[in-house]
Ligand binder design. Structure first.
Ligand SMILES: Cc1cc2nc3c(=O)[nH]c(=O)nc-3n(C[C@H](O)[C@H](O)[C@H](O)COP(=O)(O)OP(=O)(O)OC[C@H]3O[C@@H](n4cnc5c(N)ncnc54)[C@H](O)[C@@H]3O)c2cc1C
Length: 254
């Protein structure tokens, strides 16, 4: 599908309204339609495809970025992790600034928060946080009980820490837990993060229930561990939802 997008006319021009450095590696871009058209409201979990390079042989390069804001805003927000050798993520970080124009598609993708009132568990590793943020906003709007589990290395790369803390403070139905695998000397356990080390199968089995609905996104090994833990707990496939940021794969066959 992504290959076909290169030639499609699904793209339209958007302007960068704001560029916010979230931390050492992630920067968010706030985008609005150049034609001032009303933005299509995305389904929580969807992504847009972007073609940021306007000239030269790389101008048809397309990448996908999940929308990380609340559905229904009058802007789209994408949050991009800079890959040291990556073409588009580096280009966005280094060359795209406020008032620049980029071409993007409408929101796309089937990894979306389903209508359901089961208690919800949203789990992210690293940059896998982006679709989870949008799902969290949607769950809040629906008054759904939600456990939000975020695994990162430490505060240097802790994307949306303050936004998440504010949401957890404001809404009783939201419980947020942070895992730091390698906390910095000045990261405080119990304050900056709740658990030291990696999120593990044992933690999942002990702290989560098979009667919840699960969505997760992160590195492949992280997702496979979560998938196996949930299956071992007896969670039905119907309530296990995940997305890969790389080539897609079926965790049940790995
Ligand atoms: C549905 C979906 C949603 C996504 N959402 C997000 C999101 O919200 N945020 C986000 O940051 N990303 C997201 N991604 C990933 C994103 O689309 C890109 O794949 C990512 O930004 C890397 O693109 P790039 O052009 O920078 O890297 P590419 O140039 O495509 O390179 C890919 C990888 O190879 C490595 N690489 C490239 N060249 C070399 C080399 N010569 N030697 C060694 N390594 C090399 C790069 O470091 C990079 O890790 C999503 C992907 C999908 C499919």
């Amino acid at each position: 599908m992504f290959e076909e997008l290169k030639e499609s006319n699904l793209f339209s021009k958007f302007k960068v309204l704001n560029k916010v450095k979230e931390n050492d590696v992630v920067t968010s871009f706030y985008l609005a339609s150049v034609d001032k058209k009303v933005l299509k409201k995305h389904k929580a979990g969807q992504f847009i495809s972007i073609k940021p390079i306007t000239e030269g042989d790389k101008s048809s390069e397309v990448r996908q970025y999940s929308l990380s804001m609340k559905p229904g805003e009058d802007f789209y927000r994408i949050s991009v992790k800079r890959e040291d050798k990556g073409l588009i993520s580096r280009y966005l970080h280094d060359n795209i600034n406020v008032n620049d124009e980029v071409e993007i598609t409408e929101p796309l993708g089937e990894f979306i928060l389903k209508d359901n009132n089961k208690p919800l568990v949203l789990i992210s590793g690293g940059i896998g946080i982006t679709p989870m943020m949008s799902m969290l906003y949607k769950a809040i709007e629906e008054g759904r009980k939600v456990k939000f589990i975020q695994a990162v290395i430490n505060s240097n790369v802790h994307t949306f820490k303050n936004e998440l803390r504010d949401l957890a403070k404001k809404y009783d139905n939201v419980d947020v837990e942070f895992f730091y695998s390698k906390p910095l000397d000045n990261d405080k356990l119990g304050e900056d993060y709740q658990f030291e080390g990696y999120l593990t199968k044992e933690w999942i089995e002990k702290n989560l229930s098979k009667d919840e609905e699960f969505y997760f996104c992160g590195p492949l090994g992280f997702m496979k561990m979560i998938y196996d833990a949930l299956k071992a707990m007896g969670v039905s496939e119907h309530y296990i939802n995940y997305e890969m940021f790389g080539p897609s794969a079926d965790l049940s066959k790995m």
